[in-house]
Design a protein around this ligand. Sequence first.
Ligand code: SER
Length: 315
Amino acid sequence: MKRILIVGAGGQIGSELTVYLRKIYGNDNVIATDVRECPALAESGPFKVLNALDATAMAELVSSQKVDAIFNLVALLSAVGEAKPQTAWQINMGALLNSLEVARLYNCALFTPSSIGAFGPTSPKDKTPQDTVMRPTTMYGVCKVSGEMLGDYYHTRFGVDTRSVRFPGLISNVTLPGGGTTDYAVEIYYEAIRSGRFTCPVPGDVYMDMMYMPDALRACVELMEADPAKLVHRNSFNIASMSFTPEIIYAEIKKRMPEFTMDYNIDPVKEAIAKSWPNSLDDTCAREEWGWKPEWDLSSMTDDMLEKIRLKNLK
Ligand code: SER
């Protein structure tokens, strides 16, 4: 990768991935785009407003900027996808199809995240294997499975260098996620600092895989720089670092903030989604094929999240 285009750079992943890639590949070589202006991203390098559903505009940018790698990060997340399933399909699949076509026409590598949401209630729950039953029951998951298959199709049919990981719930302290089922694991840290109490929308005993953003950013680069000869899989790799329930993350915060309290107001949509997803993924293939290894666990992440959010002086 030398010249990178990020599509959907203003979201939870893109706002940090842009900065991370600029540090590695040079500010001018990472062109951030989003459907909205993003002043913070425009400060450190090139930024353009781009609607990912406009294939012509995407193609012009890739051609004029001599882009050789695209990160397509456009997606409506799982809970909002259930409120607007048709829109979720149009946006999630439209942005992906345009990215695949532009990558094919201009010979670019393409990274698109998949998710734990690609699995469903009939997938094995614990240590969910890399290759197994995938029958998701959310529109978000339907898009992710379809996207994985399209990515592999473009690779085998047209030779496009498509690569992807199935991200767990991502926990970060720069840009908030919006409309996901795993968002509670971000919000809990903000509320611990802001108000000292948190109302959790997901039942206390439901496990989901989670990951701290620094590991997720590193995974993107390590996979995209991996030797293609070693990749048996492409779309998409299970990656994992930690799995916990609301009660477990609550206890971890409470160890550091004994006054912190949590109660529940269960959101039935999020409950159903969370229960349909795996408890934990088996990431052996990612470890073997491109050397994936997480660096953060729940304890180190909790220390870092609380420290970083405290510095924001939230009211
Ligand atoms: N974080 C996403 C969601 O909850 C899952 O990939 O929708």
